[in-house]
Design a protein. Structure first.
Lengths: 376, 317
């Protein structure tokens, strides 16, 4: 147990390993307290707000628990995808903020191959497998653009991913999807956005009576693979070595025989593929099409998710569940006359206190370790 | 067609479009030269855009709005510095925190203070013809005519480029800032107070980025628009800063390149005839970003950040 937690929350074993678990939990609690003070100072009832938010978050049993639980896991799969898309390159010392665009690429790819006639009547299992494979390929290639330019030309990956986000957004929502665009539904059908995908492309529901589909299982597999890749393969070892020496331009691993150029391209491909997979969940899972306007943001939330999870696959699973739960409870807080973007404030505060981990670690060790010494 | 007018108009548009991005880029330049990455530029701009309008709304004076914007910028800068300098926290994490809080928090404020979603009411602003800096004698001169009727933020952004260039490369303080960003230990050994320099640079950088936010809501527009502020302009500023190799003048050229591409895109759409009208609008909108990538591939070599950029500095002992 100690070993497992140690591996999740820190890269080397320490004497007070439990501190690495306690620090994020304390951060979350403090963030909730600060959030409550904020609500109270704007003249609303914080206790009611939290009651509503957590009541509808899918964490605590109550009315409609099954529905909320299902929604929470659906969000978890989405946030985990963009979280990993940030975290994997980050482990190699790359700062990619391209998950937003990669997510959209995954959405439009899934929509197209969902309604494309030649595949339309395939058996569901084969159809979905084919779509996932193509989505992984296209999303990966979109991510690879930045990886290629970084590896071969030394161009900063941050700029390229920012630009690629906007290019993906404008090409999709300014060309492919609007009425008259190459992927838009025919006007006579009365559908705006792309046509709806074939029933065979819809992700099967695994919890009857809810929208919960196989996306969460797929994502659990991806998270396991990411963990395996990072900690059980030479590839992962080299990636982490590059991350540790990112500041010194990855010289050390290069001298040690790591083909850094190849690794950069591979990890950027993977990041793009995983984010795109998340995008395909949205289309195949609940929307059924690429809508005329998509309110995104999953890519940027993914950065927060990855950071709360410490860029660790298992940590990202936990943090995406947390953020997923907050989002599920978001609409309920409106009953307390609080805008539904309130959970985003909590999310930001958690990230802020995660950043302050040195302070929290200091305070905790002061309180807890002194007590321990006193007892001894 | 009146070419003088068209050219002047286009340049004026480029400058107007560039100003907020330029502020963000310059804020980043100052902060990162002292070794503190600030990806919160986007969030700071959003906060400042809102607080600027709030201040102007309460007081009916855009100057008060400007002060509120600067105030919130300083506050957020202090927050970022407290985390990253005082507690040597992760700079990316802290920046993301500000961005996330800005995304959700400002909407909360909008609904709480103005009881609206999406827009704030209109307030008095610097783009008002009466408040523009009018240099009528320039009006009919090609190129220079572009500067005849600009709002205060455009001038401020241009002046700031040279002020910051002078500060960084021709003053002792600038040398210290750069030393702290390149090799803090050496700077400390020579008696420079590394932490204080970092505090200063982070707060100054945030204030400058905040000016970009106020330029959006009280310069170009006269209200806060939920979806338009900062709508990625802070991140474009971040990109311009890297593109410009962490120098004020480089950041300026990068920003102008991007802004020109943006205005070119508008122009092309407006004058499109025949086959060109068949080109989907998405291509035009994507053009500035594609051109930026093209410029990066073609012209600019490898960008090298200050050596200790992003590395938390812990004082020994």
């Amino acid at each position: 147990m100690k070993e497992v937690f140690g591996r999740i929350f820190i890269h080397r074993r320490e004497e007070n390993w439990w501190m690495n678990l306690l620090v994020p939990i304390t951060s979350i609690i403090i963030a909730l307290i600060v959030g409550a003070i904020f609500i109270a100072s704007t003249g609303r009832d914080p206790i009611l707000a939290y009651k509503l938010m957590f009541g509808a978050s899918g964490f605590v049993p109550g009315p409609y628990f099954k529905t909320h639980f299902a929604e929470m896991l659906l969000y978890t799969a989405l946030f985990a995808s963009t979280g990993l898309a940030f975290a994997l390159p980050a482990r190699a010392g790359l700062f990619s903020i391209g998950a937003e665009g990669q997510f959209l690429v995954g959405m439009i790819t899934a929509a197209f191959f969902g309604f494309w006639k030649p595949l339309y009547n395939l058996p569901s299992f084969i159809h979905i497998t084919i779509i996932f494979a193509i989505v992984i390929l296209f999303g990966g290639l979109w991510g690879l653009i930045a990886g290629f330019l970084k590896a071969k030309k030394g161009i900063n990956e941050t700029i390229i991913t920012i630009m690629l986000n906007w290019i993906a957004f404008h090409l999709i929502e300014g060309w492919l999807v609007p009425t008259g665009g190459p992927l838009a539904a025919d006007v006579s059908t009365g559908v705006s956005g792309t046509p709806y995908v074939s029933p065979s492309a819809r992700l099967p529901v695994i919890l009857p009576g809810t929208r919960l589909n196989i996306s969460i299982l797929v994502m659990l597999l991806v998270i396991y693979l990411a963990w395996f890749l990072l900690y059980r393969t030479v590839f992962g070892y080299e990636i982490r070595a590059m991350g540790y020496t990112a500041i010194t331009n990855m010289e050390a691993p290069k001298i040690g025989g790591v083909n850094t150029e190849k690794r950069i391209m591979q990890i950027m491909f993977m990041g793009g593929a995983i984010a795109a997979l998340g995008g395909s969940f949205v289309v195949l899972g609940f929307l059924g099409q690429y809508p005329p306007v998509f309110e995104g943001g999953y890519g940027f939330d993914g950065i927060a998710v990855a950071l709360i999870g410490g860029n660790e696959p298992v940590g990202i699973l936990l943090s995406s569940m947390l953020i997923g739960g907050l989002r599920t409870g978001a609409t309920a807080v409106q009953l307390a006359r609080i805008p539904k973007t309130f959970p985003a404030i909590i999310e930001g505060l958690i990230v802020a206190f995660i950043a302050l981990n040195e302070l929290i670690r200091y305070l905790l060790s002061k309180v807890l370790l002194r007590k321990k010494e006193g007892v001894a | 067609m009146n070419w003088t007018f068209l050219i002047n108009q286009s340049i004026a548009q480029i400058l107007d479009f560039a100003a907020p991005i330029l502020f963000a880029a310059l804020g980043g330049v100052i902060s990162e030269n002292a070794g503190v990455v600030n990806i919160a530029l986007e969030g700071i701009m959003r906060f400042a855009a809102f607080f600027g309008v709030w201040g102007a709304f309460v007081s009916k004076s855009p100057w008060v709005g400007l002060l509120w914007g600067i105030g919130i910028g300083a506050l957020l800068g202090a927050f970022h510095a407290y985390i990253t300098v005082k507690w040597a926290g992760d700079q990316i994490v802290s920046g993301v925190a500000i961005n996330v809080v800005a995304a959700g928090g400002i909407r909360y404020f909008l609904e709480w203070i103005f009881k609206t979603t999406g827009y704030s009411p209109n307030v008095t602003y610097f783009g008002d013809p009466a408040r523009l800096i009018n240099l009528k004698f320039l009006e009919n001169i090609p190129v220079l005519g572009a500067f005849a009727h600009l709002h205060i933020f455009i001038w401020l952004s241009l002046i700031l480029v040279f002020v910051l260039h002078f500060l960084l490369y021709h003053t002792v303080l600038g040398l210290r800032i750069r030393a702290v960003g390149e090799y803090p230990l050496a700077a400390e050994t020579l008696g420079v107070n590394v932490l204080r320099i970092k505090w200063f640079a982070v707060i100054l950088g945030s204030i400058i980025a905040a000016l970009g936010g106020v330029a959006l809501s009280l310069g170009t527009m006269s209200s806060f628009v939920e979806t338009g502020m900062a709508a990625g302009k802070g991140f474009i500023g971040l990109a311009a800063m890297i593109f410009g190799k962490w120098t004020p003048i480089g950041a300026m050229w990068a920003t102008f390149l991007f802004a020109s591409a943006q205005v070119l895109q508008f122009l092309l759409q407006a004058i499109a005839k025949g086959v060109a009208t068949k080109i989907p609008v998405g291509f035009y909108l994507a053009l500035p970003y594609i051109l930026t990538i093209g410029a990066l591939i073609g012209v600019v070599g490898k960008a090298v950040a200050p050596a200790a950029d992003g590395v938390p500095y812990k004082k020994e002992g």
